[in-house]
Design a protein around this ligand. Structure first.
Ligand code: ARG
Length: 454
């Protein structure tokens, strides 16, 4: 029997029950629903809206229901419609008339909003923990590979030599910002909607500040209509998830490239690779590819919720029931991706020699050669052209710039001296970077030490 049956003269069909129900997916919020109800019951008792004894009985029974739910002793059906009515039904079955008083001064509209915000608070803490693990791993990799020289790319063409530590710290910064973004989103999520009623407030002498304190909310949403109608906090959360998984996909793409024979920079551990059913030699980077692929569903989840909310008149509309599945899907996907990704990079083998070798070829010291000539008083644009000509000459000859003789250097410009060889040595190219935040060994050390003090 429906809790709202009074106005109805006909039962819902089983197909309409099934279509309408959110309980298959919102039962995931049972703990938050009970936490919210306990705070509400406490407040009702304290304010004399129900008696203290009634309040205590409701709270005690809700705690028993929570224990039974934790123990898997309760099964819901679509007849229960949603988790809010599911729990209220059980409460009333257990304590009769008193159970029916819990919903005084409350609507499912403010109830679902508070549950959802509590869930997101918990999920944000879990994502934060996973991001912290990832950051720790990246920092360790950077510490270990301060001397590991590799090519830095633009347009996926060899550009300038860098260290692997520098590359890892680039990702560190991205994921550190993701962590910050989630924390910032949390500030707007952690505001209390409960007490708003259906949309216009309630006629009871409630204490919303008490509810906020009980439930650990930072503040009270000041307008009840906004509190029940908007899901911007969930959209923002999905946007944080999308940006974070986007960062993961870039890293995954690099790991996929780096683990190919063509690059040979890393080897992903067997435990995070798969074989081919037909080609015996294959070892595929499936985890990295899957994370890259799963970004599609997370972006989809963001688009889904943006679209659900688009054009909705105030205040609550049932469309909003469609808010939960995208959020659960996105956060589950992100947490799983972060977890497996961190394991994968902490176990991968870095092939330092292949990286160093790759850094030697590809004329990545050309900019430094041009800078050398600038040091001799030639304008940069002219230096650029001189070195461009030299690179072309070296390519045709099939040698590196460092392999050219002094005579050959001089034939391009009188300004060259013996010290050019030192100036364009790959390790010196890294050392020579002076700007703040550069790949120089010293700068990377500084970047690392700044992380430690964060
Ligand atoms: N299951 C609903 C949801 O997820 C709860 C709120 C229902 N409120 C209502 N007035 N029908 O949004």
């Amino acid at each position: 029997m429906k809790l709202w049956k009074g106005r109805f003269s006909k039962e819902a069909t089983s197909s309409s029950n099934e279509f309408n129900a959110s309980i298959p997916f919102d039962q995931r919020m049972y703990e938050e629903d009970i936490t919210g109800s306990i705070a509400h019951a406490k407040m009702l008792g304290k304010q004399g809206i129900i008696s203290e004894e009634e309040s205590e009985l409701i709270i005690k029974t809700l705690k028993e229901i929570l224990a039974d739910l934790d123990a898997g002793k309760i099964d819901f059906t679509v007849e229960n419609e949603d988790i809010h009515m599911g729990i209220e039904t059980i409460l009333t079955e257990r304590i009769g008339q008193t159970g029916k008083k819990l919903h005084t001064a409350r609507s499912r509209n403010d109830q679902v909003a508070v549950d959802f915000r509590l869930v997101l608070r918990k999920e944000t803490a879990e994502v934060d923990e996973k991001l912290a693990e990832l950051l720790k791993t990246l920092k360790e990799l950077a510490e270990k590979h301060q001397e590991t020289v590799m090519p830095g790319y633009t347009h996926l063409q060899r550009a300038q030599p860098v260290t692997l530590a520098y590359h890892m710290l680039a990702y560190y910064q991205m994921f550190a910002r993701d962590k910050e973004r989630f924390a910032d989103c949390q500030k707007r999520t952690n505001r209390l909607p409960l007490g708003s009623g259906a949309l216009a407030g309630t006629t009871y002498n409630t204490d919303r500040q008490f509810l906020a304190d009980e439930l650990g909310f930072d503040s009270i949403l000041p307008n009840g209509m906004d509190a029940v109608a908007d899901r911007d906090f969930a959209i923002e959360f999905l946007s944080c998830c999308s940006i974070c998984i986007m960062h993961l996909t870039r890293f995954c793409e690099e790991l996929i490239n780096w683990s190919s024979v063509e690059f040979g920079f890393i080897e992903i551990d067997d435990a995070y690779s798969t074989g081919s059913s037909i080609m015996p030699q294959k070892k595929n980077p499936d985890m990295a590819e899957l994370i890259r692929g799963k970004s599609g569903r997370v972006y989809g989840d963001l688009m889904a919720l943006l679209t659900v909310c688009k054009g909705l008149p105030l205040a609550y509309n049932k469309d909003l029931q469609e808010d939960k599945e995208p959020v659960f899907d996105a956060v589950d996907t992100l947490k799983a991706s972060l977890g497996i990704f961190t394991e994968m990079i902490s176990t991968m083998k870095v092939k330092e020699e292949t990286m160093a070798k790759a850094a030697k070829y590809g004329y990545m010291n050309a900019t430094d050669a041009a800078d050398y000539l600038v040091g001799k008083g030639i304008p940069f644009r002219d230096c650029h052209e001189i070195i461009g000509n030299m690179v072309l000459y070296a390519i045709n000859k099939g040698v590196a710039l460092d392999d050219l003789t002094m005579e050959e250097f001089k034939s391009f410009s009188d300004a060259f001296d013996e010290d050019i060889y030192e100036a364009i040595d790959i390790v010196n190219c890294i050392k020579g970077k002076k700007s703040e935040g550069s790949t120089s060994f010293e700068s990377v050390k500084k970047q690392l030490s700044q992380l430690a003090s964060e």
